[in-house]
Design a protein around this ligand. Sequence first.
Ligand SMILES: NC(=O)c1ccc[n+]([C@@H]2O[C@H](COP(=O)([O-])OP(=O)(O)OC[C@H]3O[C@@H](n4cnc5c(N)ncnc54)[C@H](OP(=O)(O)O)[C@@H]3O)[C@@H](O)[C@H]2O)c1
Length: 294
Amino acid sequence: MGSDDTAPVLLIGGTGTVGTHVAAALSGRRRLLGLARSEASARRLEECGVEPVRGDLARPRTLDAAMVGVRQVYLATGREDQFELEWNAIEAAERAGVERIVKVSILYARESPVVYLRRAHRVVDARLERSPVASTVLEPATFMTHLEAQAELIAQGRICFPAPTARIAHVDPRDVAEVAAAVLAGDVALDGAHRVTGPESLTFAQVAERLGARVGHEVVAEAYRPERFRAWILDADLPEWLADGLVEIYADFERRGEMAVADTVERVLGRPPRSLDDYIAERLVPSVAGAVCG
Ligand SMILES: NC(=O)c1ccc[n+]([C@@H]2O[C@H](COP(=O)([O-])OP(=O)(O)OC[C@H]3O[C@@H](n4cnc5c(N)ncnc54)[C@H](OP(=O)(O)O)[C@@H]3O)[C@@H](O)[C@H]2O)c1
């Protein structure tokens, strides 16, 4: 389906949570370039079989050389200045004659763009809609990796989020990556914005029950007050903008109640999304065991 299957795919965000899995899914299928703004990023890309090309989204003039001959771009950042960074990427792609950008956005970016973490996405997604470059915008629910960030708490028998009644369809970032890869490889034609969620919408009490059944001890969901959750995020050395953004997102989830499950993974990949139970067994149980030992 792609116009030139030998043209390289450029990964922007190829060292990220989703991007590393995009690289794995496309490995051996397409020539992969990865934008690297540092030696460390270049090394990480090489370890994943991606050819690093030097460039920094914050320095637009470095992007033209990185995009020579590129027809498809994967785009995910995840920084406070992601609006400027992603805007620069789109402008460079337009100059280079790129045919398609597959961008990682966020769930509800279209419905409630005033929420901080969604605002930059909405503006960039709208910019993509107006671009001559074709685009696929993936709007994922919260990644299951957020649960892994609480491995130490889980080892103590608790998960602590500020959304006691919200039902969230956590998604495995590998599913987001595999949908992106299927579009980049030309396996499917997918234009416009598409929600990407896990297979079921669960409260944190239900998540805790699933965890308890697999980690070998009881786990309860403790409803952190927003300021306590914010302090916990800052203690984990994450930046203030992200702490504030996550507090706001969980308050919005709480207001919304149940998150609808989307069928994008099934439509694109022909299989259901990975389940939370599988993620717990595969990823969380070892992380929680590591937290006990470490
Ligand atoms: N976490 C969630 O639950 C969730 C849910 C829905 C949507 N999202 C969205 O997902 C996106 C993030 O995806 P992710 O988690 O895969 O990313 P991530 O792990 O945060 O990684 C960010 C990537 O951006 C690259 N990057 C940052 N600044 C750059 C620059 N100036 N020039 C070139 N590259 C740069 C980083 O490269 P380096 O190697 O140089 O650092 C890294 O590869 C965000 O937009 C977020 O809103 C997240």
